[in-house]
Design a binder for this molecule. Structure first.
Ligand code: TA6
Length: 287
């Protein structure tokens, strides 16, 4: 329907009252609410809903490139293209924990290539948000790409946020020409701009919002890297579609494959899967 900022989108709702809203522009999840109606994803109050720019927030899909490391526009073209709902989607991995509400978005093949990339957005009975993307190379030559679910999580106060599961990992620091460092901390906390790609990360990461007593658990498959980004004050002021103080209410924790791009031979395929849960917690746990 079109009743949301004038953009075409699909609203998913599960029997418990949780919901997810997906914009056909970019196939971007633009809202994910728990069964109490609380919004779990960050959207900037200055977001621009004007194609081809991606709306600032939700879960833009970075494909087939991440960042500006390549010949395409920043983060690739998938998030800037019009997608279509596919009533007869190609087979995707079975989604065990999904309730009835399920929509499959098919990236409309663009003129320069005939590959197609079915992308599934699901809202499980548990309220978990599940994203599954499949890329199959139906061309006659090898195809390499990077990929990230650029996930803007809503938090109450970034200085009260901890991320567990990244301890001791190597990371590439986007603030230092992607130079490689090793994480020393026992948990990642935030006092300044952070823009890192953590490598070979475990398949479960916990983001703790201490004030709200909420933990986001991110589980992933086919996505070895985790991008962590908070622009902090100075960078926020340089973005027209981002409020000066909004960095306090968000953190990007993206399941991604960046350091070692995927290369598919003709006929080969790759599947990436991300499942996010938002659990009340007075303790931290990633299992
Ligand atoms: O999260 C990593 C990053 O590449 C940051 O460097 C920042 O540019 C962010 O993505 C947002 O990119 P965008 O093109 O959506 O403004």
């Amino acid at each position: 329907s079109k009743d949301w900022n004038g953009i075409d989108h699909v609203l998913l709702r599960n029997p418990q009252g949780a919901s997810a809203r997906i914009s056909l522009h970019g196939g971007q999840v633009i809202s994910w609410k728990n069964d109490q109606g609380e919004e779990l994803l960050f959207t900037s109050s200055k977001a621009i809903f004007k194609p081809p720019k991606a709306m600032r927030g939700g879960v833009p899909i970075c494909f087939p490139q991440f960042g500006n490391a390549g010949s395409l526009e920043q983060h690739g073209f998938a998030r800037n293209k019009l997608w279509a709902v596919d009533d007869d989607p190609p087979p995707l991995p079975p989604n065990d924990s999904v309730g009835k509400s399920l929509v499959d978005l098919l990236l409309k093949p663009s003129e320069e290539d005939l590959k197609f990339w079915p992308h599934r957005v699901s809202l499980a009975a548990s309220g978990n948000l599940i994203l599954i993307s499949r890329v199959r190379n139906i061309n006659g030559k090898p195809f390499s790409f990077s990929f990230a679910y650029h996930t803007y999580l809503s938090v109450s106060d970034i200085s009260e946020v901890r991320i567990e599961g990244l301890e001791t990992l190597d990371y590439l620091d986007n603030l230092h020409q992607r130079e490689r460092f090793t994480e020393q901390g026992d948990a990642l906390t935030f006092e300044t701009e952070v823009d890192r790609i953590y490598l070979n990360s475990p398949n479960a990461i916990a983001v703790l919002d201490h004030e709200r007593k909420r933990t986001y658990v991110i589980r992933k498959e086919g996505l070895p890297d985790i991008v962590v980004w908070n622009p902090w004050e100075k960078k926020s002021k340089s973005m027209v579609d981002f409020g000066d103080e909004e960095y306090k209410q968000m953190v990007c924790v993206d399941g991604a494959v960046i350091e070692k791009p995927i290369t598919l031979k003709p006929g080969e395929e790759w599947t990436g899967r991300l499942e996010i849960s938002a659990v009340p917690s007075s303790f931290c746990s990633e299992n």
